[in-house]
Design a protein around this ligand. Sequence first.
Ligand code: HEM
Length: 300
Amino acid sequence: MYTIQQIKSHYLFNDEDAETLKSLLPIAKGNRERMIRDFYDYLLGIPETAAFLQDEARIQRLRLSHGGWFVNLFCGVYDNQYLHNLQRVGHVHVKIGLDAHFVNAAMQQVRRFAVGMIRENFPDREERRKKTEAVEKILDINLDILTASYIEEELKKVFISKRFESLLVRATERFTYGLNLILVLALVGVSLSVVGLFFWEIFHVVGGPVEKGILSALGTLLILWMMIELMDNEIKSLKGGRFNIQVFIGVVIIAIIREILISTLRHDPLETQIFLAGTLLVLGVVYYLVARSQQLSISR
Ligand code: HEM
């Protein structure tokens, strides 16, 4: 936000311009009603602006506001209070939902009216040029301050939504990270139980049938292998790596191999064993296809 002094200096508006405008005050007052009439004829001619001017009592009140603003252009004092008042007017228009486009267009109408007013009253060319220049400057300053309210409002909206978005994204990221940590811890717990199971089975090999003991211990080792693969994959994804679907197919393959081992030990019917072997074959083909497609996407 610029101070009124900065704004005036950016528009090369000096004390002489202020004096020139002040000298036009009586003429502006005399033209006030004509200006209001022109201004409202214009606003009522556009459906979007006419929509704001439906109720007659309101129009009467607004005529006072808009007419007052026009006369005040020629007050001669352009200080902080002038700036604050214009900022408030800008916010009033933003609040009623008036498109900034119409403020710009309306200002063009006021400009035309004011230039015409000077042309009618000052035949001398040099005098006319000086007065027109001062009017142009103050109108540009007014428009600048009024439209700044719109920009300010837009920035506020963008800022709030951006802040909310990044807050939401950060919270979701933390939540997912927390879930992943819980998953890793659970995997560690399950792996430890599998290690316990493995030693328990080795211990029982000594007492029971050797062949059965070794095969179940082998099955448990396969589970352990599966756990290692899953944990490895989880840690890689925690570190920002890609999610690897191949690992999950590998895990299912290991589970099926273990089931085949147990099924042989249990002497399950032939159909069950054929079904397991068939599933293993299908999974093997899927594993191969996924591995190939992943290789292709990496080399591309
Ligand atoms: C040159 C551009 C314009 C200027 C300098 C201007 C100036 C003003 C001023 C000084 C007020 C009184 C604010 C207050 O003290 O509360 C006002 C209010 C208002 N203006 Fe404008 N105006 C402009 C363009 C427009 C346009 C294009 C419309 C469209 C219809 C419009 C509609 C209104 C309405 C509806 C209010 C009353 C808001 C309320 O209090 O509910 N103005 N304007």
